[in-house]
Design a protein around this ligand. Structure first.
Ligand code: PLP
Ligand code: COI
Length: 358
């Protein structure tokens, strides 16, 4: 599909851009452009537009503002060793976007159009990719229901957009390892709900739990299952892995959690290295007993924004425990993180078709 390209007539001057991308805090700086594609039930997907980033006028009756019909994705563009720009598994994000759209009764965006929209923005704004080690351009494709209608039914007008933000590390704590808060009050998703979809409402529902974590000086919240309040599901914005003393890995099964692309990549890399990985329900009490008994020696969080973050300490109402690996990454966490980064930053050959040149 032909994109209508209207470059910004007022881009951020180079010197200012260089300063902005030197040490960006996560998600606070944005590039010059954005992609917009409108959809109507009658006309389908309209001509895609690449234009200067600007506020979008919206009718106050737009469905998204009332019933939260919204989905999004999170992905990154990297400048790799040979100077070219790549995306990591964008087809996987496109496929998940499709699943999220289906769950939220929103129109199906063809994966080719999703990837093309992201590519167009990255090509236009590639000068915004930070040059510092580990820096990348975080991409946020999303879709909102724009029909002005207060009845409760799937909207008939939607807008797909992509915006971009230069980023460094997601966590900014004193130690590399993060501290987690286990919420025993709030849950994130229940059977039959939207836990597996990347929809804004899941995050809105998690904000109070995240605020509780922050109040307890923790960086992320761990959600337990809604039925029994017992089984570890995932964190507010990332999946979680546990490393046993024998080097094998455990991660909670899919169902009510987000099927993370980093999670899937880590499982593949670990298995290719000969490690055993099981997707199995794992109880919070078991984690505590295993950590205290030396049976589980490392744990880490993973996601596009967070990359791979070692977990150092876990707090909950009335107590806390520490992982043996302490304030830094344990051996297995570090090995998997390096293997993932080496592929994402083009330091090793990509044997799996994960690296997508832009
Ligand atoms: N779980 C939640 C709730 C998330 O928001 C994310 C981040 O996107 C993830 C898991 C990890 O998913 P991915 O690895 O695809 O970024
Ligand atoms: C991502 O990793 O892309 C997310 O959406 C999670 C959020 C913490 C920014």
């Amino acid at each position: 599909m032909q994109f209508d390209v209207k470059p910004s007539t007022n881009p951020v001057p180079e010197a200012e851009r260089t300063a902005l991308i030197a040490q960006p805090s996560f998600g606070s700086v944005f590039t010059d452009h954005m992609v917009m594609i409108r959809h109507t039930a009658e006309g389908g997907w309209q001509t895609p537009l690449l234009t200067a980033r600007a506020p979008i006028p919206m009718d106050p009756a737009s469905s998204v503002l009332h019933y939260a019909q919204e989905i999004f994705e999170g992905m990154k563009a990297y400048r790799i060793a040979d100077g070219s720009t790549v995306l990591f598994r964008p087809e996987a994000n496109a496929a998940r976007f499709r699943q999220s759209a289906a769950r939220m009764a929103m129109p199906d965006l063809p994966p080719e159009l999703f990837v093309r929209g992201v590519e167009e923005l990255v090509r236009q704004d590639r000068a915004w990719i930070p040059t510092m080690p580990g820096g990348s351009l975080y991409l946020r494709p999303f879709m909102i229901a724009t029909e002005a209608f207060l009845g409760v039914r799937p909207a008939r007008e939607h807008l797909f957009m992509v915006i971009a933000s230069p980023v460094g590390a997601y966590f900014s704590g004193k130690t590399e390892a993060v501290t987690l808060w286990v919420s025993q009050t709030y849950t994130r998703a229940a059977r039959g709900g939207t836990g597996a979809a990347k929809c804004g409402g899941n995050y809105a529902a998690g904000l109070l739990a995240q605020a509780e974590a922050t109040r307890n000086e923790c960086q992320q919240v761990v959600f337990l299952d809604a039925a029994e309040g017992r089984w570890i599901e995932e964190l507010g914005g990332m999946n979680v892995f546990f490393v046993r003393r024998d080097g094998s890995l455990i991660t909670p099964p899919l169902g009510t959690i987000l099927p993370g692309i980093t999670r899937d990549s880590i499982m593949t890399l670990a298995r290719d290295m000969g490690m055993s990985v099981t997707e199995q329900p794992y109880a919070f009490e078991q984690w505590r007993a295993d950590a205290e008994g030396g049976e589980v020696v490392e744990a880490f969080a993973c996601g596009t924004a967070a990359t791979v973050a070692p977990i150092g300490r876990v707090k909950f109402e009335g107590g806390s425990f520490e992982m043996q690996s302490g304030a830094t990454a344990g051996l297995v966490t570090e090995t998997l993180r390096r293997a993932l980064f080496d592929i994402q930053f083009g330091r090793v050959a990509d044997q799996r078709g994960w690296v997508h040149r832009v």
